[in-house]
Write a protein that binds this ligand. Structure first.
Ligand SMILES: [Zn+2]
Length: 412
């Protein structure tokens, strides 16, 4: 468009008022591109009020406020649009209406999980206080079933979060097939296979694309069989777990993608899966168990607040006719506890009582907890107190928080 303006084929001042985005085919037709929503948001932020995109990108780009989005099918149409002084009707999307549309979620529900009271409670604490979770236990115990249901008890996405999620998925080229439902209104759940590469996990490529940690932004990252992931892939998780973003360095530039996710990991207790369980006999030599468990490095486990053993459910419990609590009921408690937390934000809880301090001190000694781990236990105890609507942290809250730190994995 710049060249055509310079050559006098369209009005330079009019053309300068807009951003043009699209892939130009040799026949003059335009093909859709990835990233039209973040491009539109950036245009608006830069004070540019007009964006011209290929037809297929129109509804996604129009999700951005404060910018008029025009669609054209070819370069010829773009020239005509400029020549006519943008007298075409811009694409209109009623963002509030799109966002208010009731969610037709077909996500799995916690009602389908029998028993597993400790693990269910851990998920509730995780969803309330944004704590990461590690489930270990024999195959068939229901670790994946539990993990897949964590997203169902998280608070609904805010509009701002939904726009952020949609932008990342747009850059990854995952929104083109969504058509008029361009806005992603459900929290993303990403479950990469353990054979994933470093670039797949954290992003990369010649034109850097977001990886799984960013596609899980504002949602859940589920790593099943976490001990089977390559060590360099797991090491790369530390940065996003700490800073909630991921920076990809390229010659002369660096690109940062947001990566604030809730991590839920699962693993068997040993390579064969049956170590110290009554589900079967473990045939693994001790050194292969040690090697297997050491793949989860201390620094990674340190950042996972809730570590829970998941046992196989007894047959008669599986046959129990009583339905388990639904995700909607658990989520209601999560929302109430989060509201309680928000309400007392700013006013710190009173310092812990001497009973609480002494319990923490004894536990730190007995479980040889690092200073960081003691802080994490205290954070979980705060969340447990929020769930109990308690203005103070009591010894019972700390005792429960400590229960999630007694994982045999940390001694390796
Ligand atoms: Zn084994």
């Amino acid at each position: 468009m710049a060249l055509l303006s310079a050559a006098g084929h369209c009005d330079a001042d009019e053309a300068r008022s807009a951003v043009f985005l699209g892939e130009l085919g040799l026949d003059g037709h335009l093909r859709p591109v990835a990233g039209s929503l973040p491009a539109a948001l950036t245009a608006a932020r830069s004070g540019i009020r007009r964006l011209v995109v290929p037809v297929e990108n129109g509804r996604e780009a129009a999700l951005a406020p404060d910018v008029d989005v025009y669609t054209v099918a070819s370069l010829e149409e773009a020239i005509r649009l400029v020549h006519d002084g943008f007298r075409q009707e811009p694409v209109r999307v009623d963002l509030d209406a799109v966002f208010a549309k009731p969610l037709q979620s077909n996500r799995p529900d916690l009602a389908e999980v029998r028993s597993q009271h400790v693990a269910r409670r851990a998920l509730e604490i995780a969803a309330t206080g944004d704590h990461h979770v590690f489930l270990w236990g024999p195959p068939g115990a229901g670790k994946s079933m539990l993990a897949e249901r964590l997203a169902s008890i998280l608070p609904p996405l805010s509009l701002r979060e939904a726009v952020a999620v949609t932008s990342i998925h747009s850059i990854a080229g995952l929104t083109r097939a969504r058509g008029s439902d361009a806005l992603i209104t459900e929290r993303p759940v990403r479950c990469p296979h353990h054979s994933i590469s470093v670039a797949g996990m954290v992003g990369g490529g010649f034109n850097p694309k977001p990886g799984e940690v960013s596609l899980a932004h504002n949602g859940v990252l589920f790593l099943d069989e976490i001990a089977e992931f390559a060590a360099p892939v797991l090491n790369q998780l530390r940065e996003p777990l700490e800073t909630h973003r991921l920076t990809i360095s390229r010659a002369g530039s660096a690109l940062t993608f947001p990566a604030r996710f809730l991590l839920i990991a699962a693993a068997n207790p040993c390579p064969c899966g049956f170590y110290e369980t009554d589900a079967g006999r473990c045939m693994c030599p001790q050194r292969s168990i040690t090697r297997y468990r050491s793949r989860l490095s201390g620094p990674l486990l340190d950042r996972i607040d809730l570590q829970v053993a998941v046992e196989r459910v007894a047959f008669d419990e599986l046959c129990n006719e009583h339905a388990s609590e639904s995700s909607a009921d658990v989520r209601a408690r999560v929302l109430r506890a989060r509201a309680f937390h928000a309400q007392r934000a700013g006013e710190k809880r009173p310092p812990p009582s001497s009973a609480v301090r002494s319990l923490l001190g004894r536990a730190a000694e007995k479980l040889t907890l690092s200073a960081r781990e003691v802080r994490r236990v205290s954070a979980v105890a705060e969340t447990v107190a929020d769930l109990a609507s308690s203005p103070t942290v009591e010894t019972a809250h700390v005792a429960e928080a400590l229960q999630y730190r007694r994982s045999p994995w940390r001694s390796y």
